[in-house]
Design a protein around this ligand. Structure first.
Ligand code: ZN
Ligand code: ZN
Length: 186
């Protein structure tokens, strides 16, 4: 499937957003305060965002949970329902733009939208394209048992299993290798 630059940016943003969630109650939240949210917005070059508040922080944390559910959806119909709810609640005003030197692309968020509505509309639509293309399975969670980070599998044959093959993939290979050696030695 063809993935345009802006869709790619929206995908990177939503994956990173989902992965800021603490893995368990003991872990730190990647969006601990408004300053962290500010950094997130700057790092992901989210356009047309004004001054952020505690309200934005709690709203973004809320949609983060809803995006996480989309990456866990067992099938396209479930994902479609979740995406529809998310995008409908955000409200959209599709319009063409070539801001900041980018090629023409569509912004979905309404002008003046809050950060959470902006993310829900544009990242929600980026995920919607995967359902439309019959590629919903590419929205995944890492298969390493202690990881579960979200990622988008953009490999040709949808074969990617880990969020990062150098860390999670490699760690599991080493564990399997050690287990085999132990078995052979025992
Ligand atoms: Zn844009
Ligand atoms: Zn992982």
């Amino acid at each position: 499937m063809l993935i345009t630059h802006d869709t790619r940016c929206a995908l990177d943003t939503v994956v990173d957003l989902v992965n800021t969630a603490p893995e368990d109650d003991a872990a730190a939240d990647g969006l601990a305060d408004v300053a962290a949210l500010d950094d997130f917005v700057r790092n992901h070059k989210v356009s047309e965002i004004g001054t952020l508040s505690e309200f934005d922080l709690s709203a973004v944390r809320r949609i983060r949970g809803r995006f996480a559910a989309i990456f866990e959806a067992p099938d396209a119909r479930t994902a479609a329902g979740l995406i529809n709810d998310l995008v409908a609640a955000a409200g959209t005003t599709p319009r063409l733009t070539d801001h900041d030197g980018y090629d023409w692309h569509v912004h979905y968020f309404a002008p003046g939208a809050s950060l959470s509505d902006h993310l829900a509309a544009d990242c929600g639509m980026a995920l919607a394209f995967f359902v439309v293309a019959g590629e919903q399975e590419r929205l995944r969670r890492c298969e390493a048992p202690d990881c579960r980070r979200a990622f988008v599998d953009l490999s040709r044959n949808r074969s990617r299993r880990y969020c990062d093959s150098r860390t999670c993939g490699n760690r599991l290979h080493v564990a399997a290798y050690r287990a085999r050696r132990k078995e052979a030695a025992g």
